[in-house]
Structures are given as structure tokens and as C-alpha cells.
Design a binder for this molecule. Structure first.
Ligand SMILES: Cc1cc2nc3c(=O)[nH]c(=O)nc-3n(C[C@H](O)[C@H](O)[C@H](O)COP(=O)(O)OP(=O)(O)OC[C@H]3O[C@@H](n4cnc5c(N)ncnc54)[C@H](O)[C@@H]3O)c2cc1C
Length: 397
């Protein structure tokens, strides 16, 4: 297998292409738009920077953010400094950086929309703009809306979230995340080098886009985010269920999916950039070693098992209760009361703590957290960063 076609020049496709071309494969990347402002927060967590340090070192404009604020449905707030900053790119810049690296490694770029693929013959056949292109293997990295589906099914609405948001030409230095009561999703505000990406995500079918827009605009008013020059965006985001991660076919003899097309997205946070890059990378490694059939196992060992774990408790986290209040509210309150819990959330937030290790860490430090909460309640019933803690429906018992 020396000739590889890649459909999609986003993070998954371009990194996969770069890795393959640098090992001597003949790679063609087809993308209908090439570098474009794909609707996205653009936030890269610590695990992405650790795995791909060029994302931090590259001269392209980016914002490095260390401060984050979580806001509960009832308005409680907790602000914290992350040990590992989040690096935020405009997607046009990030995609351009990744595509440039792919071209420098030897990839051939074609600005074309692929309309069909046929994997049944001895060689894969792609059709784009009425022309046919043949290769030994095709990588499908065409994103969450991918409809090129050899021997598999499209992601259904139960495995997708709707997102909408605004790009706003204003400056900010802090990430904000707001939870809504009994709502499976959240609102975010991500500062970029010369604008802000503000948005909301929710399970498809649970709220209309008008409702989502209403929640988002309420948030923007409350946070005094100006609407001047705001550009609206909307896109789907994979939010895979456990059995979708376990059972959906994402590879065959001469094809494989990577990134959003393979639903490689954290079902809680919606983080997909790291998983897109990593899946493209792992697929390239499997092809370089001449063992593409090992790709699903490689994904599982690297992160799928962790994403399955997250999928199991995503709904509980957003909609469940703990000690008589919403879990998300308790989380925000505990951040203010317990330094040990705050450390843990800082690591989850910046991508330095996986979900399976999180369960053990929560148990291990339960005693410390409890002592810190009691000490905090006795010393100062109202913590300085959380003026609402003493009152309201979500008062700590
Ligand atoms: C609103 C929103 C906010 C997000 N925020 C974050 C965040 O802050 N951090 C994070 O880690 N993740 C975030 N994500 C997720 C992240 O955007 C995706 O996981 C990531 O872009 C997936 O990369 P990909 O390469 O798989 O697909 P994509 O980036 O979607 O790239 C697919 C490419 O394929 C091309 N394409 C599609 N169909 C065809 C075709 N038929 N022929 C030719 N080309 C085609 C497209 O033009 C596109 O360039 C967010 C997602 C959304 C929707």
C-alpha cells in the first residue's frame, strides 16, 4: 500500500497525511475548502500540546490561556489557574499550519469535494468533480457530517450534538464555561488572538436552535460580551454513546476513518482536536507498519476506552444531583472550598487527567476533600470567590 487518498484536510487528515508522506507514501489530500474557519472553540489541551509540541512552538498567532472560570446554573462561580495552559487557535490558522506541514512532507493537495468512494474493487476509487482517482487505501477524515460510508453507518442523532455560537471581534483573557440547570451541554467563551469564540452545545433534539440561541445570548448579556460585529456559526459535533464507541465499524481492508468521522470526541467536553490528531497519527503508524487492521486496537489502547468511560457518566454529570443540588453546581462550589478538589478539576479541565484515573483519584482524596470542606465551612461560611454560596436552592447542606 503506497498510494493513499485522504478525504478531509482538517486536523485528522492533514496530520495523517504528514506522517505518511514523511515515510515515503504517495499521499493525496482532498478537501473541498482547504484551510477554513471551521466552527470550533479552537482550544488545545495539555495532552495535545504534549503529544504535538509544534502546536505551541509554531509562530502562527494563538492565545495561551491559563485562567478559567466555571459558572453553575444558579450563578455560582469558581475561578482557577490551570497548571497547564490551553492553547487556542483560530481554526483557519490551525488548519493552515497542519496543511502546510503535510505539503512540506510531500502530500499533494486537491481542492475538491469527494462525492463517492468505491472500496469493493482491487483499488479504491474516489469520485470528485466527475473525475475518478484510484489508490490503495482511503482515509476518511471528512468530519462529523461525513456521508462517505463504506461498510458502515452514519452517526445518528443520538451520537451527535448541535452547536451554535458567535465569533466576536473583542479581547478577553479568560476561558468561561457555564452550565445550565438539567441541561446536557454547556456554554463556553474561548478567547483567541484577535477575537472570541462563544458557543453552546446540546444533544440534538433536546432544545431547538432558537432556544439554544436564547440561552447563549442571555449568557452574553450577563457576561457583558458585546454583539457588535458578531458572526453566527453552527455545526454538529459527535457525542458518541458507549456502544457506538465500542461497536461502530470504523475500518475495513482498504479504508479507515479518523477524527470526527470516527466519532473520536470526548462526549463530556466535546474536545475533538486532540483525538483527531491522535487518531490520524495512529492510523498512519498502522499503515507505515503494514498492519492497518491493528488501527482500532491502537485507538482503544490510546483513548477509546477512556471515552467509553466518559460516555457512561456524561448525562449523570450534566443532569444528576448530589447532596440535594445539581452535580455541576456542587462541582463549582467544591472548587472554592477544597484545594485538593480544585487541583483535580484544574487537571481535568486542562486535559492532564484522564477519566479512568479520575475515579481512583476522587476516591483517594475523598477524605482530604471532606476535611477541607468542613474546615472551609467553619472558617468562612461564605468563600470570597463565591458570593452566592450561602443562599439559594443549591446551598451546601
Ligand atoms: C462549535 C464547536 C466547538 C468546538 N470546540 C472545540 C475545542 O475548543 N477544542 C477541541 O479540541 N475540539 C473542539 N471541537 C471539536 C473539533 O472542532 C473537531 O473534533 C475537529 O475539527 C475534528 O477534526 P477532523 O479533522 O476530524 O474534522 P474537521 O475539522 O471537520 O475536518 C474535516 C474536513 O473535511 C473536509 N470535507 C468534508 N467532506 C468532504 C468531502 N466530501 N470532500 C472533500 N472534503 C471534505 C472539510 O472541508 C474539512 O476541512 C469543537 C467542535 C464544534 C462544532
Amino acid at each position: 500500500m503506497r498510494d493513499i487518498s485522504i478525504v478531509g484536510g482538517g486536523p485528522a487528515g492533514s496530520l495523517c497525511g504528514e506522517r505518511l508522506a514523511s515515510q515515503g507514501f504517495r499521499v493525496t489530500i482532498f478537501d473541498e475548502r482547504l484551510a477554513w474557519e471551521k466552527p470550533c472553540g479552537g482550544g488545545l489541551t495539555h495532552k495535545a500540546i504534549q503529544a504535538y509540541p509544534f502546536l505551541l512552538d509554531a509562530p502562527q498567532p494563538k492565545k495561551i490561556v491559563s485562567t478559567a472560570e466555571l459558572i453553575s446554573g444558579g450563578g455560582h462561580r469558581a475561578r482557577f489557574e490551570m497548571r497547564h495552559p490551553i492553547v487556542i487557535y483560530a481554526r483557519k490558522v490551525l488548519n493552515g499550519l497542519l496543511l502546510d506541514r503535510a505539503v512540506a512532507a510531500g502530500c499533494n493537495l486537491r481542492r475538491m469535494r469527494v462525492t463517492s468512494i468505491d472500496t469493493a474493487g482491487p483499488r479504491v476509487c474516489l469520485t470528485a468533480a466527475g473525475e475518478e482517482f484510484r489508490s490503495d487505501f482511503v482515509v476518511l477524515a471528512a468530519g462529523a457530517r461525513n456521508q462517505l460510508l463504506p461498510e458502515t453507518t452514519a452517526l445518528g442523532k443520538l451520537d451527535l450534538e448541535m452547536t451554535l455560537g458567535y465569533f466576536i471581534p473583542t479581547a478577553e483573557d479568560m476561558i468561561k464555561v457555564k452550565f445550565l440547570r438539567a441541561f446536557e451541554g454547556y456554554i463556553w467563551s474561548f478567547p483567541r488572538s484577535d477575537h472570541l469564540s462563544v458557543g453552546i452545545c446540546a444533544k440534538i433534539g433536546q432544545s431547538s436552535s432558537q432556544q439554544l440561541r436564547g440561552y447563549l445570548e442571555d449568557f452574553m448579556r450577563a457576561e457583558k460580551i458585546p454583539m457588535d460585529g458578531a458572526r453566527l456559526y453552527s455545526h454538529v459535533l459527535p457525542s458518541p454513546r458507549e456502544h457506538t464507541i465500542q461497536r461502530r465499524k470504523i475500518a475495513g481492508a482498504n479504508w479507515a476513518m479518523a477524527g470526527d468521522a470516527a466519532a473520536c470526541v470526548d462526549p463530556i467536553t466535546g474536545e475533538g482536536l486532540y483525538y483527531a490528531l491522535k487518531s490520524g497519527d495512529l492510523l498512519a503508524q498502522a499503515l507505515v507498519e503494514g498492519r492497518p487492521q491493528t488501527y482500532p486496537e491502537r485507538l482503544r489502547a490510546a483513548f477509546s476506552a477512556d471515552l467509553e468511560f466518559a460516555a457512561r457518566f456524561a448525562r449523570k454529570l450534566f443532569c444528576g444531583n448530589f447532596l440535594g443540588g445539581a452535580i455541576t453546581t456542587r462541582m463549582v462550589q467544591l472548587l472554592n472550598y477544597s484545594p485538593a478538589f480544585s487541583d483535580l478539576i484544574r487537571d481535568v479541565f486542562s486535559g492532564a487527567q484522564d477519566y479512568r484515573g479520575l475515579k481512583r483519584r476522587l476516591w483517594d482524596q475523598l477524605g482530604i476533600t471532606f476535611v477541607e470542606i468542613v474546615r472551609g465551612l467553619l472558617a468562612a461560611p461564605i468563600a470570597p470567590q463565591s458570593p452566592h454560596l450561602a443562599g439559594g436552592r443549591d446551598r451546601l447542606p
